[in-house]
Design a protein around this ligand. Structure first.
Ligand code: FES
Ligand code: FES
Length: 160
């Protein structure tokens, strides 16, 4: 039998303690333990970005991280952004700019962008495209996603 390890983690503002196998992926932990299936699993080897979440303020691929590595961390998933009744600004920009089609890539995109606009509130188009380059979308052609991010960042010269 594999020894378990007890970890504590804050997920979308609530702190949990769980006993987990050391080999359990963070993506699987979030999906199976808490039902947070908004964290999508595509490639499971760090290529597609569908599983992107925010850990301690940085966007990460949850399929490349073990749950035990997030012991003590603050984790944010797409479920923490907003609700159907009250979309948060990133979600609202996606809706306004028609930035999704099938939606498979969308949670990862939203979490990547949440991190991107916080760190680069004046991001240029080139920086937006580079920031999104780790997230694959097979539907949109990316243009509307870039438009959504453009609507979220301050234009140079505008008030903060
Ligand atoms: S599922 Fe994690 S990067 Fe594709
Ligand atoms: S909207 Fe379908 S993969 Fe991006």
């Amino acid at each position: 039998m594999i020894a378990h390890k007890t970890i504590r983690m804050t997920v979308n503002g609530t702190t949990y303690e769980r006993s987990v196998e050391p080999r359990l992926l963070l993506s699987d932990f979030l999906r199976h333990e808490f039902g947070l299936t908004g964290t999508h699993v595509g490639c499971e080897h760090g290529i597609c970005g569908a599983c992107t979440i925010v850990v301690n303020g940085d966007s990460v691929r949850s399929c490349l991280m073990l749950a035990v590595q997030a012991d003590g961390a603050a984790v944010e998933t797409v479920e923490g952004l907003g609700t159907l009744q009250k979309l948060n600004p990133v979600q609202a920009a996606f809706q306004d700019q028609h930035a999704l089609q099938c939606g498979f890539c969308t949670p990862g995109m939203l979490m990547t962008i949440t991190d991107l606009i916080k760190k680069y509130p004046l991001a240029s188009d080139a920086e937006i495209r580079e920031g999104l380059s780790g997230n694959l979308c097979r539907c949109t052609g990316y243009e509307h996603i870039v438009k959504a991010v453009r609507a979220l960042v301050r234009q140079p010269g505008s008030a903060p």
